[in-house]
Design a binder for this molecule. Structure first.
Ligand code: AP5
Length: 217
């Protein structure tokens, strides 16, 4: 069965966003990143952004209650009709329950959950070296995928590379601890529901993409 309604699961820095951006173009289904949505809310200074800001800066998950309305509104947009890629949601058992209930209401099935598996030793280097274009949101890495000046699709062509404030040696350990404590239990949850697939995320970006497409069909 083809997988078009899916969750990308994985630790911070596993490559969820990088892979989701490529899959989005290939399959013409939207990437839904709660991290991107929360960062946009922080930047715009909305009530949600003001509430989320401190949690994000400290590397902590924001409370489940702040995510529910956000994801519910996004999942009902027209572009989700043929599928969606959830990136960074759900992140706790409470969020997984909420998603199950929402999908029942929307009369949609979750086709699969793909864990991008990366040993923790690699993650810190990936996160600290990440750069993101502030305009088109393209992700690069100072060593593994060096940022190029040209090629921004949302402006005059010049990328504006930025480092995320939570991609520092001070904050990354907290994010990894939050993942281990609150998100890793979802691996067993989706395994029990017979939804879980795993790809090796420690190899290069192209090889990870090949494995994902093999699974997605
Ligand atoms: P979020 O933005 O979701 O961050 P994250 O889950 O920590 O994930 P990342 O974006 O850091 O990693 P990624 O797996 O996407 O890696 P990427 O592809 O960029 O969340 C941020 C914060 O928002 C959270 O801490 C929390 O506060 C809040 N939040 C968000 N969602 C929430 C929720 N549902 N509930 C509660 N709070 C929530 O890759 C990383 C780097 O590695 C890049 O530089 C990339 O170029 C490089 N790279 C990628 N793949 C490879 C490869 N195969 N080989 C070499 N380099 C690679």
């Amino acid at each position: 069965m083809a997988i078009r309604r899916l969750i990308l699961l994985g630790a911070p820095g596993a490559g969820k966003g990088t892979q989701a951006q490529i899959l989005e173009k290939h399959y013409a289904i939207p990437q839904i990143s709660t991290g991107d949505m929360l960062r946009a809310a922080v930047k715009a200074g909305t009530p949600l952004g003001l509430e989320a800001k401190d949690f994000m800066a400290k590397g902590e998950l924001v409370p489940d209650s702040l995510l529910m309305g956000l994801i519910q509104d996004r999942m009902q947009k027209e572009d989700t009709k043929n599928g969606w890629i959830l990136d960074g949601f759900p992140r706790t058992p409470g969020q997984a329950d909420h998603l199950d209930a929402l999908l029942t209401r929307l009369e949609q099935n979750l086709d699969g959950v793909i864990l991008i598996d990366v040993p923790e030793a690699i993650l810190t280097e990936r996160l600290v070296g990440r750069r993101t274009c502030g305009i088109c949101k393209k992700v690069a890495h100072i060593t593994f995928d060096p940022p190029e000046a040209e090629g921004c699709t949302a402006s005059d062509g010049q990328h504006q590379w930025q480092q995320r404030p939570d991609d520092t040696l001070e904050v990354v350990p907290k994010r990894l601890a939050e993942y281990r404590e609150k998100t890793e239990p979802l691996i067993a949850y989706y395994q029990e529901h017979d939804k879980l697939h795993t790809v090796d995320g420690s190899v290069n970006t192209n090889l990870v993409q090949v494995s994902l497409r093999e699974l997605m069909g």
